[in-house]
Design a protein around this ligand. Structure first.
Ligand SMILES: *[C@@H]1O[C@H](CO)[C@@H](O)[C@H](O)[C@H]1NC(C)=O
Ligand SMILES: *[C@@H]1O[C@H](CO)[C@@H](O)[C@H](O)[C@H]1NC(C)=O
Ligand SMILES: *[C@@H]1O[C@H](CO)[C@@H](O)[C@H](O)[C@H]1NC(C)=O
Ligand SMILES: *[C@@H]1O[C@H](CO)[C@@H](O)[C@H](O)[C@H]1NC(C)=O
Ligand SMILES: *[C@@H]1O[C@H](CO)[C@@H](O)[C@H](O)[C@H]1NC(C)=O
Ligand SMILES: *[C@@H]1O[C@H](CO)[C@@H](O)[C@H](O)[C@H]1NC(C)=O
Ligand SMILES: *[C@@H]1O[C@H](CO)[C@@H](O)[C@H](O)[C@H]1NC(C)=O
Ligand SMILES: *[C@@H]1O[C@H](CO)[C@@H](O)[C@H](O)[C@H]1NC(C)=O
Ligand SMILES: *[C@@H]1O[C@H](CO)[C@@H](O)[C@H](O)[C@H]1NC(C)=O
Ligand SMILES: *[C@@H]1O[C@H](CO)[C@@H](O)[C@H](O)[C@H]1NC(C)=O
Ligand SMILES: *[C@@H]1O[C@H](CO)[C@@H](O)[C@H](O)[C@H]1NC(C)=O
Ligand SMILES: *[C@@H]1O[C@H](CO)[C@@H](O)[C@H](O)[C@H]1NC(C)=O
Length: 498
């Protein structure tokens, strides 16, 4: 192992900076993910393929005396970058490390970067997590103060309004990691943005360029957060969407062929290239389903988009309701639910009394059933396991609204409410924000609904989960524009701790 002094690394980095300064398209898209509590995935993008992606790291900032490398520098046709992935192993749990990817062209003021490994299972200290679903690119290629024709005035930002990415950045010292269960960047909206006259500098023939440029914007916008806090993701339909949210240009009377499906948005290709989630560490499958422990909590990501098994065609599979023609990703019969059952059955509730599951699509929601918003087949395959194994909280998005429900099972409201319920608690928060904003809840709200926000409230936001101790968990809806908590509820839970 070569001993690497930070000063020499800095010299290399500065020579790259002069190059970078002349090339404003350079980006890094630096992002982390837990790889067990003694490991960390470090991922970043470069314009060129790296033979040997390498990360220098250490316990003190001026002596990054260890290295980890891989051979993983991957791309796909039409992508503008390579995705580099290095897994660092042999780390101490709950420990702060400094790190810097070699060959990283992008320079910024926080150098070297730092991360903290995950808390060992059972550690009883309080911590918080940030959850966003349906978060798109902000700025000139996404959500901003204006939009194209057809977008509700209630869904654009006010001048100077703090968006969800900025709000997360301001709050990042207050959470351990960001969890994003699907709909990441909304780059697939490139055609919709063109058709609606929002992007006027592009052509459909160059669609891949626009798509990749929106993706690059998003991951760069997230870097001030994801270079320091693990970014745990799950699949959403917009990682595979090929209808671009509308394919008819009414003004020009053109209906585009749905086959304007460029490689990155086909079959989760961009998503599969971009991330490395800890499925190897948890027996899951790719970036689609996996679990990890962190302190008092067992976190589970499930896939509502493909691989539901049990004879169902999942929403994004060929013939599914979304028509995305994607997946499946595991050919073992009922692979996902078999894994989920074994995973939930294997949780040591003495160590990790809290079990939280996230999947992109909801089934308990005050929302019209149109166009697959409610996933009844997801309910069929997942809910029985959530009930059987005492899952405490189920998170989702997909509908661009916020709604907190009473704990419930099989549609029946748990009479205990949040005071030690036997049934899982459900919260949908798809209000993070993207190009065309928020949706409407369907009134009257469902009997089990306890609080809702929709497009009428003109408020983007994210969820903060705080695990106080083995019995108390608080969920807050944080309004991005003000940092104000618009809804707060605490679950007292003891019965699930077997
Ligand atoms: C920026 O640098 C990359 C990698 O060296 C190169 O491929 C790209 O063409 C450059 N772009 C500009 C605008 O100079
Ligand atoms: C790196 O430095 C740390 C102290 O900062 C030391 O504990 C560790 O043994 C060193 N590791 C190597 C491989 O030199
Ligand atoms: C880690 O990086 C963050 C973001 O730049 C910085 O605020 C923090 O001070 C760093 N932590 C340490 C211990 O250096
Ligand atoms: C199109 O315009 C947007 C917004 O000004 C800009 O961010 C983007 O880079 C441009 N795309 C191309 C392909 O020039
Ligand atoms: C749109 O185009 C179709 C043929 O492509 C034509 O039949 C129809 O009349 C056109 N509609 C309008 C409003 O021009
Ligand atoms: C498919 O699922 C099985 C059972 O959970 C697992 O052993 C296998 O590794 C998975 N396959 C892939 C390709 O991830
Ligand atoms: C999507 O990719 C997976 C993994 O490579 C493959 O097994 C599956 O057949 C692909 N689905 C489609 C519809 O091409
Ligand atoms: C569960 O965790 C507790 C606390 O760490 C430990 O004492 C116990 O042996 C574990 N149970 C099993 C079945 O591993
Ligand atoms: C959606 O449809 C299901 C079954 O078709 C029904 O039970 C449910 O009440 C409907 N939900 C809404 C919000 O209309
Ligand atoms: C925008 O919100 C206001 C209430 O805040 C509502 O009266 C109006 O109908 C909404 N407009 C649209 C297009 O949803
Ligand atoms: C959300 O908007 C609705 C409709 O305007 C209003 O009745 C409700 O009070 C608003 N909720 C909050 C928390 O502001
Ligand atoms: C757990 O945290 C809650 C909320 O802070 C607090 O009210 C309760 O007393 C704590 N319980 C224990 C056993 O510390």
């Amino acid at each position: 192992m070569v001993r690497f002094i930070y000063a020499s690394l800095l010299a290399v980095a500065f020579s790259q900076l002069s190059h970078a300064a002349t090339n404003n398209t350079i980006n890094s898209q630096l992002r982390l993910a837990y790889a067990g509590n003694t490991g960390m995935y470090v991922s970043w993008n470069t314009f060129e393929k790296l033979d040997n992606p390498t990360v220098h790291y250490g316990l003190v900032p001026n002596d990054l005396n260890m290295t980890a490398s891989s051979k993983v520098s991957v791309t796909y046709p039409t992508s503008l970058t390579y995705n580099n992935h290095v897994k660092i192993t042999g780390l101490k749990p709950d420990t702060l490390y400094y790190y810097l990817p070699e060959h990283l062209l992008h320079m910024q003021s926080h150098c070297p970067y730092n991360f903290t490994t995950s808390r060992p299972a059972g550690q009883p200290e309080a911590f918080s997590v940030a959850v966003v679903v349906d978060l798109g690119t902000m700025g000139a290629q996404g959500l901003t103060t204006y939009a194209g024709t057809g977008v509700s005035v209630n869904n654009t930002l006010s001048p100077g309004e703090i968006n969800t990415i900025q709000s997360l950045e301001k709050s990042k010292s207050g959470f351990d990691f960001v969890w994003h269960p699907g709909d990441i960047a909304y780059a697939d909206y490139w055609l919709k943005e063109e058709i609606q006259g929002f992007l006027s500098n592009t052509t459909t023939a160059e669609g891949f360029h626009v798509y990749e440029s929106i993706l690059n914007d998003f991951y760069d916008e997230m870097t001030p957060i994801t270079a320091f806090k693990p970014y745990m993701v799950g699949p959403g339909n917009h990682e595979a969407n090929c209808d671009n949210g509308g394919t008819t240009d009414k003004a020009k009377n053109i209906t585009y062929d749905v086959s304007i499906c460029i490689p990155g948005q086909t079959n989760f290709t961009g998503y599969r290239n971009h991330f490395r989630m800890p499925s190897a560490e948890s027996g899951g499958t790719g970036n689609f389903w996996y679990s990890f422990n962190h302190g008092m909590t067992h976190f589970v990501q499930v896939d509502t988009e493909t691989d539901l098994g049990h004879g169902f065609t999942a929403p994004d599979e060929p013939g599914g309701v979304e028509g995305e023609d994607s997946g499946p990703f595991n050919t073992t019969l009922d692979a996902q639910t078999k894994w989920l059952e074994a995973d939930l059955a294997g949780v040591n509730r003495t160590e990790t009394p809290w079990v939280i599951v996230a999947g992109h699509r909801p089934w308990y929601l005050s929302h019209a059933n149109a166009s697959g918003t409610i996933c009844w087949t997801c309910k069929d395959v997942f809910e029985p396991l959530y009930i059987k194994y005492g899952v405490d909280l189920v998170l989702s998005g997909h509908a661009h609204v916020y709604e907190r429900q009473n704990p419930l099972a099989n549609g029946i409201i748990d009479p205990a409410g949040l005071n030690n319920p036997k049934s899982p608690w459900y919260i949908t928060n798809g209000a993070a924000g993207h190009y065309d904003g928020l949706d409407a809840l369907q009134y009257p709200l469902q009997d089990y609904s306890r609080f809702g926000l929709d497009t009428l409230n003109k408020t983007y936001g994210w969820s903060r989960l705080t695990f106080h101790n083995y019995t108390h968990l608080t969920h807050e809806f944080v309004a991005s524009k003000s940092g104000e908590v618009l809804d707060e509820a605490t679950l007292y839970g003891e019965v699930h701790q077997m």
